[in-house]
Design a protein around this ligand. Structure first.
Ligand code: ARG
Ligand code: ZN
Length: 849
């Protein structure tokens, strides 16, 4: 059933208080819920009370203490209007649920003997009968009865005894922020004193044995709390803040009030088990969930169409935080790489949807790169348009005006309008229209006047054939031919379909640096000579655009190689060499300049140029470029590699991580010349997981490393998170024809526990992410992924639906591949008892093809 934004109505009743009692037992947990309701004045007239509920066994129901028999069906419990008092009343239900049979990992479930919950978006209805919608906010009191030693819920602990604990959350919240954890857990603890003097107890809870892998998460939490006070003036509001690591989790993490629950891979870290990327991601996700306390919890969403209200803003804030903790330029480049890889890809295919969708079948299918990442870009544009000071005023007004509210995008834009006097009705199109705008650029130099002319094109997307021009902030700087900046960054505000901007008083025709810092999520379409790209790679003062020049050059080279059989270009090789050996530049930045565009990104680029991408040729061209680069950089690579090892003890900080990244990039290129000698040595001597994985990748890329692969598995066989890396590394480095057969072999291993979402993604997701392997013309990749989706779907529809986006690019390819991919999607559709989750995804992918 499709839900529409336009159909929103407030709930019939208000909820004044919630008291929950849990008697935990794996296959028969009892949940008693006492809900204090009164009619909602916003819905005049008499209404029945309809509560959501799924998979619940109703044991009893009482209205104001009197037994009553409500109407129930598979999705709800209803009490007729005639049976309800006109004023306040209390409804008490008792239900039985089976957490140990909950394989969907939504609601109350078990993971390694631990009870835990995931309620966003609509999981609370699998725990008890309730108005499970975010605009119904209430104060929760929770009592947990269980013999397990650690019993946690939201808010502050009020009392505990042998076999029970009670929690009270003073802040009204929607049910999706409810959480409960019970288990044999150990904590790493700390404290934080807020700026008004509140002392907060911090705990990171993990399975016994994992305590020594929590330090970085705890440190990241403390830094997030401090940053939030300093930059946004927002203080924490409870006496405790608990984080729990869970091995079986569908997503990354969840911001439940005072009790964040995390996928263990985004908490646990030690130098031996976590890569530098893992450290960066842990820092970002800890911050993200913490920041939700204000943007998400204190101010929540009126309905799920407003998801980007909390997610876009919170992603934007975690990006700001990571930029402050690390190198802002490097973070920005990484964020844009990810945006293009996931969001531009989504926007260009059958699953394209607006940042604020207008309809959905299953809301879980809309936790997408568009809602999150493009949602964050939209906020970045808003900040660029109004300026830093006005952004701050608007945010202060937002927190002031909407604290305690379930708000909308209209509320959000209104605070910006009120704080700045601007009319944002055109800007709002960014929320309602899908698709990535293309920005065509032309320049002209006449009589000492330089003119930049932009034309925007807004492509059709499913359900949205025509679009209107967007407001696009275009940051531009101009360089003179010596490489000096003659016009520092200014913001050009484009509002029309096509628009020109003039620059006077220049002595010579300048070289433009356009869309600095990636000031808008658009595709820049401008034919630029390789020499001009090389010039910007050498001279641009904007680090993002400096990197972008190198990336664009690499893409041009690869496109010419794939489509015209061209050679690797010397412009590109020289340009990269100059940057890589420039000791004045940040090693992390130099490492980024050595990274070639991903194969899927190349396919996207070729498709956007209205050609058909050939995965095999893209794979071969990329490999040829790496080979040529390794020859061009030559002997100097060895020196670079040696000099980057300063022998210092391991630290996860950005500086050291950047040096490791450059060193590993150098090793990858060296390995193409020495047959793997250096990489084998590096593997044997590795002191961190980053180095082990780096060496192993280098070996796998030249089809070596069998001994190292085996040694790694022997050492880490008992460690889930580390073995996930092993699986995905092997599959993502497999040769195109080998990827599917290798995956088949690996799925036969005893430790391939496909019910665990991390393991499923590390294996099946890794195959889907091996571009040339998944799209191999045999069709074996498509078939295997479809087989596994069909198998996972009845147990865990949410993860199956998410991994199914592997197929979203199918319309890009040649007729033979399209036929094969389409046949697999159609086969999935014929599966009996297909979940609504996976059905919605597959139908949308087929419809848009
Ligand atoms: N709100 C969580 C976060 O962004 C994600 C929860 C996603 N849950 C889901 N069922 N899709 O941090
Ligand atoms: Zn979030």
């Amino acid at each position: 059933k499709t839900i529409h934004l336009a159909d929103y109505q407030p709930f019939t009743h208000l909820l004044d208080g919630v008291e929950l009692t849990f008697r935990l037992a794996p296959s028969a947990t009892r949940v008693v819920a006492r809900l204090a309701f009164r009619p909602n004045p916003a819905r005049p007239g008499r209404h029945p009370l309809r509560l959501d509920g799924e998979g619940l066994k109703l044991l009893s129901c009482q209205l104001d203490g009197q037994p009553i028999t409500p109407k129930t069906d598979k999705r709800s419990l209803t009490i007729l209007a005639k049976d309800l008092p006109q004023g306040p009343f209390t409804l008490e239900t008792e239900v039985e649920i089976a957490p140990d049979a909950n394989t969907a990992l939504e609601g109350l479930y078990m993971s390694n003997g631990m009870y835990c919950t995931q309620c966003e978006a609509e999981g609370f209805r699998k725990i008890t009968y309730y108005p499970d919608r975010p605009d119904v906010m209430a104060r929760f009191k929770v009592r947990i009865e269980s013999d397990l030693p650690v019993l946690l819920s939201n808010g502050n602990p009020v009392a505990k005894g042998k076999g029970w604990a009670e929690w009270d959350d003073p802040w009204p919240k929607p049910a999706y922020l409810f959480a409960l954890v019970a288990g044999d857990l150990k904590a790493r603890s700390g404290t934080f004193r807020t700026f008004s003097g509140r002392k907060v107890a911090l705990n990171v809870w993990v399975r016994p044995g994992d305590e020594d892998r929590c330090a970085y998460a705890l440190d990241s939490l403390i830094r997030s709390m401090k940053w939030e006070e300093e930059v946004y003036g927002r203080e924490y509001d409870l006496d405790v803040f608990n984080i729990v690591a869970v091995d079986d989790f569908n997503m990354g993490a969840m911001e439940n009030k005072g009790l964040n629950i995390f996928n263990s891979r985004y908490v646990l870290a030690s130098p031996e088990t976590a890569t530098d990327e893992d450290y960066a991601r842990i820092e970002a996700i800890i911050a993200h969930e913490y920041f939700h306390n204000w943007t998400g919890n204190r101010i929540t969403c009126r309905d799920w169409f407003q998801l980007c209200l909390k997610e876009g803003l919170t992603v934007f804030r975690d990006h700001q935080f990571s930029g402050d903790m690390r190198s802002a330029a490097v973070r920005r480049i990484e964020d844009v790489v990810a945006l293009r890889a996931r969001q531009f890809r989504e926007d260009a295919g059958p699953l394209a949807h607006p940042v604020r969708p207008e309809s959905f079948v299953e809301i879980n299918n809309f936790y997408t790169a568009t809602v999150y990442e493009k949602g964050a870009e939209v906020i970045g544009m808003l900040k660029t348009l109004v300026g830093d000071a006005a952004y701050k005023r608007a945010l202060d007004l937002y927190f002031d005006r909407h604290d305690g509210d379930a708000a909308t995008i209209e509320d959000w834009l209104k605070v910006f309008e009120d704080a700045t006097g601007r009319d944002l009705s055109q800007f709002k199109l960014w929320y309602s229209e899908a698709g990535t705008p293309r920005l065509k650029v032309q320049d002209d130099w006449t009589d000492g006047v330089y003119t930049l002319t932009f034309a925007q094109e807004n492509p059709a997307t499913p359900g949205q054939p025509t679009k209107q021009p967007k407001v696009i902030p275009i940051n531009v700087g101009l360089l003179n031919p010596n490489g000096d900046e003659v016009v520092p960054t200014i913001m050009l505000e484009m509002t029309r379909e096509s628009q020109s901007f003039r620059f006077e008083g220049l002595a010579a025709r300048p070289i433009p640096s356009i869309l600095r810092g990636f000031s808008a999520p658009v595709i820049l379409d401008r034919a630029v000579a390789p020499s001009e790209r090389a010039f910007l790679l050498a001279h641009d003062t904007d680090p993002f655009n400096r990197w972008e020049a190198g990336r664009a050059l690499a893409k041009d080279v690869m496109v010419d190689m794939v489509t015209k059989g061209a050679e690797v270009s010397a412009d590109w090789l020289d340009g990269v060499a100059a940057v890589v050996f420039d000791e004045s530049l940040d090693p992390a930045f130099r490492a980024l300049c050595l990274r070639l565009p991903a194969e899927d990104d190349m396919a996207q680029t070729i498709h956007a140029a209205k050609r058909v991408p050939d995965p095999g040729r893209i794979h071969a061209a990329r490999r040829e470029m790496l080979g040529a680069l390794s020859v061009r950089l030559g002997e100097r690579l060895q020196r670079l590699y040696d000099n980057l090892d300063d022998g210092a003890p391991f630290s996860p900080d950005a500086g050291q991580a950047g040096r490791r990244a450059l060193r590993i990039a150098a090793l990858g290129l060296l390995t193409r010349r020495d047959g793997g000698k250096m990489a084998s040595l590096a593997f044997a001597r590795a002191k961190s997981m980053t180095e082990s994985i780096g060496a192993l990748s280098a070996l796998l890329d030249i089809r070596q490393g069998a001994a190292e692969v085996a040694a790694f598995a022997t050492r880490w066989v008992g460690d889930r998170n580390v073995m996930d890396k092993w699986y995905s590394l092997l599959i993502s480095h497999a040769e195109p024809a080998e990827a599917a057969p290798l995956t088949v072999r690996l799925t036969g291993r005893d430790d391939f526990d496909w019910r665990n979402p991390n393991r499923f993604r590390s294996v099946i997701g890794a195959l889907a992410g091996n571009h040339a392997g998944f799209h191999h013309r045999s069709g074996a990749g498509y078939r295997l992924v479809a087989d596994w989706l069909i198998r996972l779907d009845p147990l865990n529809p949410q993860t199956a639906a998410r991994v199914s986006t592997a197929f979203e690019t199918w319309p890009r390819y040649d007729a033979a591949r399209r036929r094969r991919a389409k046949a697999e999607l159609e086969r999935i559709l014929t599966t009996p008892t297909l979940s609504p989750d996976l059905r919605e995804m597959v139908e949308r992918m087929l419809a848009g093809g």
